[in-house]
Design a protein around this ligand. Structure first.
Ligand code: DOR
Ligand code: ZN
Ligand code: ZN
Length: 354
């Protein structure tokens, strides 16, 4: 057995589904899944029902979270055309603003240029603006970063031309950053065919050429691995109109460490992608006395059994990984122990709001 000790890892892109989607995930199950995946801090997305786009909904949601979270949780504010006046106040209790430029799950969308400009004018410069931008929308985001001379973070980049354009923008000195998901690194459009609705998400799975481009930019252009953990129930996925999205909190680190073993990236780079860089981009302080202990020689097949996510399935079922999270220590307390009958040892509410 080879024991590896990692710093507390961060997922900068998690959907926790509170309020309104608690049948898919809640603060208890989502943060338990995070710890089981070696993640000690996660950032929750605002496309809930209703969305985290008003001060009142945000305050109620943070209050619910504080009672039940097992790991640290920060929130994104959602940009909604009807509530742009609230942006400066939402900023007080969120880590960043999320703007959706393309169609995906939920109703949050910014379509008008004037609304986009309002976002950039009203959101404090000290906080990040993150975007769901696909295809030409990436160019829109880069244009706004240039025009307003401020940082923009691109979520779940999945196509060759997108990552290449971001590389060009970075070379020009623009403060743009981006993340990729494990599903866009480990699955392709062929898997989407095989998996049906369980392999459908936004952005959709891409071609082998796109996937190769993401891997080749992992050492340079790409700043973070983020899960885009987007749980939906099996019943919803098997319905006539299945929602897009796949879970990923519990599989991200085992998959990425397997890639390290296969020498597709170094361990140092993995730590940058999953801890140092997301902390820098979203201005999250290091959690003291916090570490993740992993057995890197524990080959096993990923499956739908024994997951903490409420949705109870993974698109990676059947894939073999070599790493297993053994223990997680957060602020000096053992919060996850694979060898303990209860495994999750944290007290509900012991996670901190970021
Ligand atoms: O597939 C996706 N699902 N992409 C998104 O952008 C949203 C997410 C969700 O919330 O289910
Ligand atoms: Zn998205
Ligand atoms: Zn997302």
């Amino acid at each position: 057995m080879t024991h590896l000790i990692l710093p507390g890892l961060v997922d900068g892109h998690t959907h926790l589904r509170v309020p309104g989607g608690e049948q898919k995930e809640d603060f208890t199950t989502g943060t338990a899944a995070a710890l089981a995946g070696g993640l000690t801090a996660i950032l929750a997305m605002p496309n809930t029902t209703p969305p985290l786009a008003t001060v009142q909904i945000l305050a109620e949601t943070r209050q619910k979270a504080q009672q039940s979270i097992y790991c640290d949780v920060g929130f994104f504010a959602g940009a909604s055309p009807a509530h742009l006046d609230q942006l400066p106040y939402l900023a007080n209790d969120t880590v960043a603003l999320k703007i959706y430029l393309n169609d995906t799950f939920g109703l949050l969308r910014i379509e008008k240029l004037l609304s986009l400009m309002t976002c950039f004018e009203k959101w404090p410069r000290s906080k990040m603006i993150a975007m769901h931008a696909e295809g030409t929308s990436v160019a829109v985001g880069i244009g706004l970063a240039a025009a307003y001379q401020r940082p923009v973070h691109f979520c779940h980049i999945s196509r060759k031309e997108e990552v290449e354009l971001i590389a060009i923008a970075k070379k020009q000195g623009l403060a743009v950053t981006c993340e990729v998901t494990p599903h866009h690194l480990f699955l392709t459009e062929a898997d989407a065919m095989r998996l049906g609705a369980l392999g459908d998400m936004r952005p959709k799975l891409a071609s082998p050429t796109d996937v190769e481009a993401l891997w080749s930019h992992l050492d340079s252009t790409i700043d973070c691995i983020a899960t885009d953990h987007a749980p939906h129930t099996l019943a919803e996925k098997q319905s006539p109109n299945p929602p897009p999205g796949v879970p990923g909190l519990e599989t991200s680190l085992p998959l990425m460490l397997t890639a390290v073993k296969e020498k597709r990236l170094t361990l140092d780079r993995l730590i940058e992608l999953m801890s140092t860089n997301p902390r820098r981009i979203f201005k999250l302080t290091v959690q003291p006395n916090t570490q993740v202990e992993v057995d890197t020689e524990s080959p096993h097949t990923l499956s739908n059994d024994h997951l903490y996510t409420k949705c109870g399935w993974t698109p990676f079922a059947g894939m073999t990984v070599t790493a297993q999270v053994r223990r997680v220590i957060l602020r000096g307390a053992v919060v996850f122990d694979d060898g303990h009958p209860n495994k999750i040892l944290a007290r509900p509410g012991s996670g901190q709001l970021l």
